[in-house]
Design a protein around this ligand. Structure first.
Ligand SMILES: NC(=O)c1ccc[n+]([C@@H]2O[C@H](COP(=O)([O-])OP(=O)(O)OC[C@H]3O[C@@H](n4cnc5c(N)ncnc54)[C@H](O)[C@@H]3O)[C@@H](O)[C@H]2O)c1
Length: 440
């Protein structure tokens, strides 16, 4: 670790909003001022704050601002940044005001999924590079808008599908792409998580003190406050998230797409979905889904049972990459290669391999983003990959919601060709004054 030296820059005026602010700056002894990157965070409660810390642990990265609509979260996180990094970022409740700070180079987005598109588009329009959490957005239309926005404004955009930057899945891809498991025939994914059934039902209640709930809802429909539709558990409600299907689906389906470097949306999706968990919980999303994505020369299968915590190979979630010569089984903690036996040669058809120690992928993903901000190269997970993974989650969710077991998607014309009901769920209806961005 380099020795750090902390200084405060002299007061600078933020053009446009007329605010005078002392910009905090952490200067690493080995980092020249021109090599520093100033970041800001929108949505500070959980993953966003983890992402921010992973960025601040990189030499030359400073935190200029934090934004959250919950003042309790904002104050807590601000104190933590002061204690851990001796930095004093400026605090905001409205991300549009924060984006007026010219000194911010990059913005990390850790808000619930229904906010990602607006946060990201406003940020790239303000000239910022963006690290946006997954799923890239909560609807098909928003994902497409974000791809166009990143291109139009020539910004570096990293989607938070961090497994692309971790050793285990990089190793899996190396083995698959170099032919070590023979021809890939299937990618079987399973995801069993207890939290996917949602929390116990609680009644609506007053908005907690310090929360700008209207701004939390943003473009989503107006509703009375309910603790289950707020921090963390919003992901079980369609207005803000897509349940386990999108929460874990994008991470794991992304690995299936990576095997063949697919960046296309799925053109055909076969979906079974049900609610079979015995208790009634606070949830709109499905607890049980089995989905097939036929590709030209292999198939991806998704098998999800919320409410359980065990699964095949004694892994609650994982992926089996099934080839003619071997099957690779992996999750974030371990990777195993199980070779097929050759009866003629009396030998295994592939080499055995195991790595069981688990690897950290969030930090290298943040490092990759910072490297790409400097080099202007494409990051490990650009918006095109984020969109492809998100559509593999959104399309079966739409199929389940409209009760259409087979959905055919025409990506060129941006519509389903066999269900008008499904077409109604492509584009969200934003609540005024928010307007779905239009990128020419
Ligand atoms: N990459 C991963 O492994 C991973 C893991 C967990 C979550 N995530 C993603 O991270 C995102 C955040 O999830 P979470 O679990 O941290 O959610 P959370 O509910 O814990 O935190 C979201 C925060 O955003 C704030 N917020 C909401 N609207 C805002 C607005 N308009 N402006 C500023 N702040 C606003 C909330 O007040 C809250 O503090 C989601 O997209 C989720 O899917 C990714």
């Amino acid at each position: 670790m380099n020795r750090r030296k902390f200084i405060n820059r002299t007061a600078m005026t933020s053009a446009g909003i007329g605010l005078t602010t002392i910009l905090p700056s952490k200067v690493w002894s080995s980092v020249s001022p021109s090599d520093t990157i100033n970041v800001a965070l929108i949505g500070c409660n959980s993953m966003g704050f983890g992402d921010l810390q992973n960025h601040l642990d990189i030499a030359g990265v400073n935190c200029l601002a934090l934004c959250d609509v919950d003042e309790n979260v904002l104050n807590k996180r601000s104190a933590e940044i002061a204690a851990k990094y001796n930095q004093h970022p400026k605090l905001f409740s409205d991300f549009r005001k924060m984006l007026e700070l010219k000194e911010i180079d990059a913005v990390i987005i850790g808000t619930p999924d229904h906010w990602h598109c607006l946060n990201m588009v406003y940020a790239v329009q303000a000239g910022k590079d963006v690290y946006v959490e997954k799923p890239m957005a909560n609807t098909i239309a928003e994902c497409s808008i974000m791809v166009s926005a990143a291109r139009k404004y020539s910004r570096i955009v990293q989607v938070g599908q961090q497994q692309r930057s971790g050793f285990i899945f990089q190793k899996a891809m190396e083995l698959i792409k170099s032919g070590k498991i023979g021809q890939l025939r299937k990618v079987n994914i399973w995801a069993n998580f207890e939290y996917g059934v949602g929390p116990d039902i609680v009644p609506d209640s007053p908005v907690p003190a310090g929360v700008d709930y209207d701004m939390w809802l943003g473009p989503a429909p107006k509703r009375p406050f309910n603790a289950n539709r707020f921090h963390g558990s919003w992901r079980h409600f369609w207005d803000y998230g897509g349940g386990l299907m999108s929460d874990w689906g994008v991470h794991l389906l992304d690995m299936g797409l990576w095997t063949k470097d697919l960046v296309q949306a799925p053109d055909k999706v076969l979906t079974y979905a049900a609610n079979t968990f015995p208790e009634k919980r606070a949830r709109e999303t499905f607890d049980t889904m089995t989905v097939s994505y036929p590709k030209s020369d292999f198939v991806i299968n998704w098998d999800m049972t919320a409410g359980l915590q065990r699964g095949p190979y004694d892994m609650s979630y994982g992926i089996a990459f099934i080839g003619d010569d071997a099957t690779i089984v992996a999750n974030r903690s371990k990777i195993n290669v199980y070779p097929e036996w050759d009866n003629d040669t009396k030998k295994y058809k592939a080499e055995e391999y195991a790595f069981l120690e688990g690897t950290e992928s969030h930090k290298p993903h943040a490092q990759n983003f910072i490297d790409c901000i400097k080099s202007r190269q494409q990051p490990a997970c650009p918006p095109e990959y984020g969109r492809a993974a998100a559509l593999h989650a959104h399309i079966p969710n739409i199929a389940a919601r409209v009760g259409e077991p087979v959905l055919l998607w025409d990506d060129k014309n941006n519509r389903f060709t066999n269900s008008e009901a499904a077409n109604q769920l492509i584009t969200p209806k934003y609540r005024a004054p928010w307007i779905l961005p239009k990128i020419d």
